[in-house]
Design a protein around this ligand. Structure first.
Ligand code: 8YV
Length: 312
């Protein structure tokens, strides 16, 4: 008999197929009344497959009294109530490492785009404005100062890419990273004041909510650019919009937003922002590697009681 696994939210088609081959997979997303389904059948499931997008809140975890493992597609676990999982002894896996390279590539792409104004220049050409005159000068990337908020796997991979552009890197973290070749800055406003580019690559969640505050944005200043590939919650949206509108920072490049897929309408009207629909890990190769990792964690847990990439 295949072990029953509950699936929360849609996953990649290839992952859904692979999970269904191995497990008795049930999609909660298919239920017209998920609450009623959980009340009647929640006790059947020891495993939950979910994603960084859909996570697992306390209500869901509590509706699954036999739950022992959550396998999540994605590296961020801010949408999973880790306290609720810990209280119940539920193991949680995510998909670190496999997405690091693609997220770092995209972060660097955003940085170049917002400074050199690639997508703005593309819009200029498409509008036919080139026939009317020259596109305004942009800003230099190479040799600039890159401040990284959160020097984890992804921050570090962006820092390596910055080396190829002769940039100087400093970082801010909760804790100093041992044996790190980049200088640590204990104060985030001080890092922002030094940086030409401030890259947000820390984890999301309550601990980092609005870490990039009005004070930090003002410290970045009228020549500074903000790049965010972490979570929208890390940046104070309202403060960012006001600073962009008033020219108190030079520009922002954002892959993530607080209320996805809703983007603050004020941002849509600005030409000095680059807006992407949360695609940092979205390449065929990386998404398949994330799918493989999610499946491998569940298989390992059922075979040996161990997760390959535990999130906590
Ligand atoms: C998600 C992400 O995996 O990994 C993360 O934390 O934010 C993305 O890579 C993707 O949006 C699917 O949930």
């Amino acid at each position: 008999m295949k072990p029953p696994v509950l699936q929360h939210g849609r996953l990649m088609a290839s992952l859904e197929r692979a999970l269904a081959e191995r497990f008795d997979l049930h999609g909660l997303w298919q239920e017209a009344d998920p609450k009623a389904f959980l009340a009647a059948h929640g006790h059947r499931f020891v495993a939950l497959a979910t994603s960084a997008r859909f996570g697992a809140d306390r209500a869901l975890i509590e509706a699954l009294p036999k739950l022992a493992v959550i396998a999540s597609f994605g590296v961020g676990v801010d949408a999973i109530d880790l306290d609720a999982a810990r209280e119940r002894g539920v193991a949680v896996s995510n998909t670190p490492d496999v997405l690091t390279g693609c997220v770092a590539d995209l972060a660097f792409g955003l940085l170049i785009d917002v400074a050199r104004r690639l997508t703005a220049a593309d819009r200029f050409v498409r509008r036919g404005d080139w026939r009317k005159g020259q596109f305004p000068l942009a800003r230099r990337v190479w040799g600039g100062n890159l401040g990284i908020v959160g020097l984890g796997r992804i921050g570090e991979a962006v820092a390596r890419r910055a080396g190829g552009f002769d940039m100087t890197v400093r970082y801010h973290n909760r804790r100093i990273v041992e044996n790190c070749r980049y200088d640590y800055e204990a104060s985030l406003p001080a890092l922002a004041a030094w940086a030409d580019f401030l890259l947000v690559a820390c984890a999301g969640g309550a601990a980092t909510r609005h870490l990039v505050s009005r004070e930090v944005i003002d410290a970045l200043g009228p020549d500074g650019f903000l790049v965010n590939v972490s979570r929208g919650s890390v940046v104070d949206d309202q403060a960012l919009v006001e600073a962009l509108q008033a020219g108190r920072i030079a520009g922002a490049a954002l892959d993530v937003f607080e209320d996805e897929p809703n983007v603050p309408p004020a941002l849509l009207a600005l030409d000095n922002v680059v807006l992407l629909p949360h695609i940092a890990s979205a390449t065929t190769e990386t998404r398949q590697a994330m799918a493989d990792c999610t499946l491998a964690n569940l298989v390992s847990w059922f075979d040996s009681g161990r997760l390959l990439t535990p999130a906590v």
